[in-house]
Write a protein that binds this ligand. Sequence first.
Ligand SMILES: Cc1cc2nc3c(=O)[nH]c(=O)nc-3n(C[C@H](O)[C@H](O)[C@H](O)COP(=O)(O)OP(=O)(O)OC[C@H]3O[C@@H](n4cnc5c(N)ncnc54)[C@H](O)[C@@H]3O)c2cc1C
Length: 624
Amino acid sequence: MVTGAERTVTVCLVFLLLLTLTVGAFAAYNPGTYVAEVRGHNGPIKVSTTFGSDAITSVEVLEHKETAGVADPAIERLPRQIVEHQALGLDTVSGATITSYAILAGVSSCVKQAGGDVDALRAKVIKETPGPRITKTADVVIVGAGGAGIAAAMSAVENGASVIVIEKNASIGGNTLISGCAWNAANPALSSQTPAAAGLNQKLQSFLEMEETELPPEFRPTLRILKEQIETYLAGDTSMMFDSVELHMIQTYLAGKRQGLDGTTIEGSFDFIEILCRKSLETQEWLKKTAGTVFRDRLGEPIGSLWKRSNGPVNKWEDFFVKPAKYITDNGGEILCEVTGKELIVEDGRVVGVEAVMADGTPMELFGTKGVVLATGGFGGNTAMVLEYNNYWSDLDPNILTTNRKEIVGEGIVMALAVGADLTGMGYTQLMPIGWADTGLLAGGGGSNVMYINQEGRRFVNEYAERDVISKAAFANGTLFYELKSLGTATTPESHVVFIADTLDEMAAKLGCDPAVLKSEVERYNSFVAQGYDPDFGKTSFTDPIEPPYMARAMKPSIHHTMGGVKIDTDCHVLNKDGKIIPGLYAAGEVTGGIHAGNRVGGNAIADIFVFGRIAGANAAKGK
Ligand SMILES: Cc1cc2nc3c(=O)[nH]c(=O)nc-3n(C[C@H](O)[C@H](O)[C@H](O)COP(=O)(O)OP(=O)(O)OC[C@H]3O[C@@H](n4cnc5c(N)ncnc54)[C@H](O)[C@@H]3O)c2cc1C
């Protein structure tokens, strides 16, 4: 029998229990705004999260160093989705995976600070459901929206075609957007305003001494013209740079001629090299005129460029992507992001479209009545594929890192193969000697103002040589090496292996090498800078001596550019294994092979993608 007093106690206990449960259920967080700093792709990201007692009310990315265009969709989308779904089990944004993880990690840290349950929020997985199949038709369908795809779309709309561009990432840009955007074009107006580096005339002299028989017959008239140009230049004022299309052509040919591990030789074809070099400046002018792209109009020389002839956009996201995309859409083109091309649709032997899939799984078929352009980039983000085809690097480490975005995996090559395309140069992959030793990402910089030293502090190569020459020398010197320069000639990036020292003794201690060796190597190198002549390794471009304070960056070669790919003709038609055109199929950019042969000149890829992207788009628009 329950007494009245006992009943009162029981009611009170139940009330208390309910109160506790209720408060517990609603007070999921200690209200307030919490801030967390996490590591993003390029550096720290500061995320703030505001909580009410029972919900996340806002998420904001306060500060970041991520690449404009690449990370924007993640920075815009994830904070919104976290608040909308009150969940952390969200998909990362394609093309911005690291930024996505960083934002999710930052919010997780804020949830913890607010006393919330991170595991419960992570367990709430949000998945979208696919819709019914979508069919779309245009004159031209372009797969991939890096530089080549964007150039192809611009020239296709310029030639009156309706265009659909599909891009698998959440944002356009591809590798082009993370590149240095150094674009080689012989530009006498700029080179005649650019002081000539010490050593330059010696290099020019070597072309005067070159025998015509060192080149295939089709290049010999080019060498003859070049010799005349050089003689005229050397007879006049040599204080400013010399440059010409012919010099660019000969350098591109020589740098590309290489022997594979199987003993065969690969070399660039005259026709491709001539188009690349002759149309490069004109294509910059075309971008200025059509899209309003603004160039820096100051010449640069990325590593392995062999000459100071690269120009670049003032702002790569705005000038190479935002403005051109506006030109495309203003002229009736459509750009669809987060749509992945899966296979080419062939009817009666002609490529007529692309089977694709949207991020939520919705199937899509896109028909291009006049043509389909593959512009999916190379396969530098796909180490397994690089190793599978490798015919150049002996003992390539399967754990080698890459400078590429991880989405650049060669899908266009696989799609083209499936419809009978021929491939060329697949075994030749360019390694970037100055990859950051810790991440493999591109460290950037040129060869004129630096000394490369091995772990003993000894200089081991011509820093102005081709990238494969430097990478091979690095492998022969223990793979890890240091780029030493005057701090005054450097921009110091954060979060990588960088050493700074006021004296060479201090630097030697930091690098773990013998100070006497380092001092004598620097002294010797500086004497070469003063005389503009390097008897040790034949360097021919010196801009700065190595002076205190010093900076050393730890470098290792990493996968950078895949020279091989789909075989095309000079109109950008894709060819089959019999050398015949596959009707309806065009390709441009790093998805193609042959243009750079066995080794690409630094700064020639951006020229390639815009020059040949433009050609592919125009020909597809005309159904040529
Ligand atoms: C870090 C770095 C720096 C570089 N710097 C320079 C430089 O300064 N100068 C120079 O000359 N070269 C440079 N290069 C090389 C140059 O950037 C590339 O060769 C060039 O950008 C390739 O352009 P692309 O348009 O062919 O391919 P990308 O720009 O890679 O674009 C290909 C696009 O296709 C998309 N795609 C792929 N598959 C599919 C699919 N199945 N469906 C839909 N879309 C798809 C990709 O997501 C990507 O957006 C650099 C490369 C790297 C990695």
